[in-house]
Design a protein around this ligand. Structure first.
Ligand code: ADP
Ligand code: ZN
Length: 211
């Protein structure tokens, strides 16, 4: 089962992606995580990516597509994968069609009024990637799941968030239509409720797809 996870920044893609990968035994591939790992390790790709990520812009398509194309050749992809954060525009979607076969696209719909606060208050675990909101942490600085250190992503500030949301609306949102027309779009509605609640809907949609 090869899947794509679509949704605006802050819709909760990362959390749902972990749950989907666990439950269906497929590998979670996040282009954002790949870029952040490259930045941490000071690679050439990392240096290039950082200049775009800091501004809330997309990393150039050629670089991004090459990374994904290569990643999909790894042995762990043979049982299926979940792409989180890719594709992000029509060009990437068309490229993906040349080297992959996608069975389903989970699209998290969410009220955009919720996103700014979610992103600016987000804290992420350095070890396992779990995310939290400051308002629920009560001053805690470590991950409840693994004890890792929590940090704020450099791009989770109001200016960068505004351009990420604009990029989403202009470039990524049209993909909803692209996959809808193909008949593989699965819509779920994100809410303020805990991630477990949304995951119930995701599971129902994916179980139906598998049946
Ligand atoms: P979010 O969905 O919260 O914005 P991601 O971790 O998916 O976060 O992405 C962070 C940043 O990494 C993006 O703002 C963009 O600059 C870059 N990026 C991630 N995926 C892609 C992609 N498919 N194409 C171009 N840039 C990307
Ligand atoms: Zn953790």
């Amino acid at each position: 089962m090869n899947l794509i996870l679509l949704g605006a920044p802050g819709a909760g893609k990362g959390t749902q992606a972990t749950k989907i990968a666990d439950r269906y035994g497929i590998v979670h591939i996040s282009t954002g995580d790949i870029f952040r790992a490259n930045i941490k390790n000071g690679t050439e790709i990392g240096k290039l990516a950082k200049s775009y990520i800091d501004k809330g812009e997309l990393v150039p398509d050629e670089v991004t597509c090459d990374i994904v194309k290569d990643r999909l050749t790894w042995a762990d992809c043979t049982r299926g994968y979940l792409l989180d954060g890719f594709p992000r525009n029509l060009f990437q979607a068309q490229e993906l069609d040349r080297f992959a076969e996608i069975d389903g696209v989970v699209n998290i719909n969410i009220d955009h009024k919720l996103l700014l606060d979610r992103l600016c208050g987000r804290r992420v675990c350095r070890e396992c990637g779990e995310s939290y909101h400051v308002s629920t942490l009560g001053g805690k600085t470590v991950c409840a799941r693994c004890g890792g250190e929590l940090y704020q992503r450099a791009d989770d500030n109001p200016e960068t968030v505004a351009s990420r949301l604009a990029v989403y609306n202009e470039q990524t949102a049209p993909l909803i239509d692209y996959y809808e027309k193909r008949g593989i779009l699965l819509n779920v509605t994100g809410t303020e409720a805990p991630a477990e609640v949304l995951f119930e809907d995701v599971k129902a949609a994916l179980d139906k797809l598998l049946a």
